[in-house]
Design a protein around this ligand. Structure first.
Ligand SMILES: [Zn+2]
Length: 175
């Protein structure tokens, strides 16, 4: 093998091994319904992974008010309450409580333990059992809306998440 070819092949093998390792790691959490939002390697925004089987919102449907649901913001999110409320209220009928409903946690770094994805910046475990948000994203309220949306929905088609509709909020990339 020439030196040049070896230079080209070695990084490829490293990537292939990383994928193989990720595949092995996924076996640790069988049946997990965690949702992962990850930073894209391409540097074009925050790509998301989705481990739920839920369907996306219907394309073009008007945003519907969800049946009453509740959440509480934990101490780790001090100072970030406003954008979290904005994200929750996107879905309507959101009842913020002192200690019941979905606990919302915040981190300034990556979210750990969310399926087998790497560089995770948002996660919804068990469709509303627990949510963690990373302040690394540019539109924190949109990330909050997106993760709350995983209480009911899976991902929409590839593209940048935006506030246009429920379907658009559930796009998999945070740009
Ligand atoms: Zn997502």
């Amino acid at each position: 093998m020439s030196k040049l070819v070896r230079r080209l092949v070695t990084p490829f093998l490293a990537v292939a091994m990383a994928f193989a390792f990720a595949g092995t790691a996924s076996a640790v959490a069988p049946g997990s319904t965690a949702h992962a939002t990850i930073v894209s390697d391409a540097g074009d925004g925050f790509a998301t992974g989705n481990l739920t089987d839920a369907a996306p919102p219907a394309k073009g449907e008007a945003k519907k008010t969800k049946a009453a649901w509740s959440y509480h913001i934990t101490a780790s999110c001090a100072g970030m309450e406003a954008p979290i409320r904005q994200g929750a209220n996107f879905w309507g009928e959101a009842n913020e409580t002192p200690s019941s409903g979905t606990p919302v946690e915040c981190t300034g770094g990556y979210v750990q333990g969310c399926g087998d994805a790497t560089n995770v910046v948002g996660c919804n475990w068990g469709q509303g059992q627990r949510i963690m948000l990373s302040t690394m994203v540019s539109d924190f309220a949109l990330l909050a809306a997106h993760e709350f949306g995983h209480n009911w929905y899976g991902h929409s088609d590839p593209g940048c998440a935006n506030w246009g509709s429920a379907y658009e909020v559930m796009r998999p990339t945070m740009c």
